[in-house]
Design a protein around this ligand. Sequence first.
Ligand code: F0G
Length: 466
Amino acid sequence: MPPSTTAEPGVRPAIFRFRCIACGDLSDIASQNFRCSRCGDLLEITYPFSSKRSASPVAIEPANLKSSWKQRRLSTLPVDLSGVWRFRDLLPTLENEHHAITLREGNTPLYEMPQCARITGVPNLFAKHQGMNPTGSFKDTGMTVAASFARQAGFRWVACASTGNTSASMSAYAARGGMRSLVLVPDGKISWSKLSQALDYGAVTCQLRTDFDGCLRLLQELVLRAPIYQLNSINPFRLEGQKTLAFELLEQLDWEPPDHIIVPGGNLGNSSAIGKALLEMQDLGLISRLPKLSVIQAEGANALVRTLREASGKRLVSVQAETRATAIRIGNPASWKKAAHVLEATGGACEQVSEVEIAQAKAEIGAEGIGCEPASAVTLAGLKKLVKQGFVKAEENVVLILTGNLLKDPDFTMEFHSGDLFPGPSRDREHATLKALRHPPIVLDATLDAVIRTLEQAEKSGDSKT
Ligand code: F0G
């Protein structure tokens, strides 16, 4: 018996086209490098319903969509159990929706953050934890869509350049979908836990003697020479899947938009995807007002910050990236135009934070019992700045997007707690702030006395903290 469809009446499957973000050229097929055949800029996916000015708008009733999405939560079909494909009415349609490659991605928790709320002075502070996805990062939500389209198109090989998380995710979805995967990562600049995921999922893993930007450049040339499907966020199917973060978030908030959504910025695909989702939701009447979407970068990888400040968003100011938040160690972000557009459309801000601020914020998120990887912690560090600047007001609702799991970068966490993250005497005052957050492991003789003494000391220092 074929699986039953769970679509509600009035909810139509999404038909789509590719549109160039620069010249607006529309096409039904995309080239191997997902660039416009006329002007070479990036493509995005567009639907008849995604613009009020469209000549043949597909009528979508917001109430039907919302109830259909809720209804699917009761289903046991894999596509309905996926927190991405559950929203398939606003995604590109597969020839057979039940052929989606899914690891039950999405469905990530929205946490209250009481301690961070106290620290920032913003009581209504939440974190949506995309690190709770199957491979531990937000990449899975985009990968389920893009990998499914790769398989549908008959590709045997998929490939990506990565700072670690994309490669972990891609190789998992390729393995599930019966495809081979090629990973290009900068040698020595990604965390071992991400690298180990790609190895276990069977990827051909190349550590190139260059940075992320060099890996991506090479991949763009490679896909024009070999029948390999590229799964970086230049691939617009990735961004369609990553959009669902925003649908799910709004559903979790009962469709009451927060005032601010704060997201880390690396290659700038994720911020572009979330912004696209917000604009589509507003266009369709799913939400009545837009949250401000703000992007935070590491000071050492601040291409978008500089692009907006020094070139008014008109041309990319690329940088030689350096940060311990290796996931966002990117100097030449591919999706900068898309991100600049959604920042402007939603009225969001773009800020940068220092290495010490990232480390502090990461420890503070950890102390909530939540935890995240360093790149995700830029959101909290950035929020502190935006509050100081008066851009975020104390009474506003704020959602931080935590993009990766704490376990993604154990070296960073261990060095932080051991006091080895920032060696050298130059930053004494900052080190004092960090010291209170450190919980180094304690090596003891295996005696009851030693453990009890340690417990008593911890109790005393805990008292002095509260
Ligand atoms: N946070 C984490 C944990 C990431 O892995 C990335 C990007 C970002 C934030 C930034 O997102 O690139 O969409 O702006 N990681 C990519 C990778 C580049 O290869 O895993 P972005």
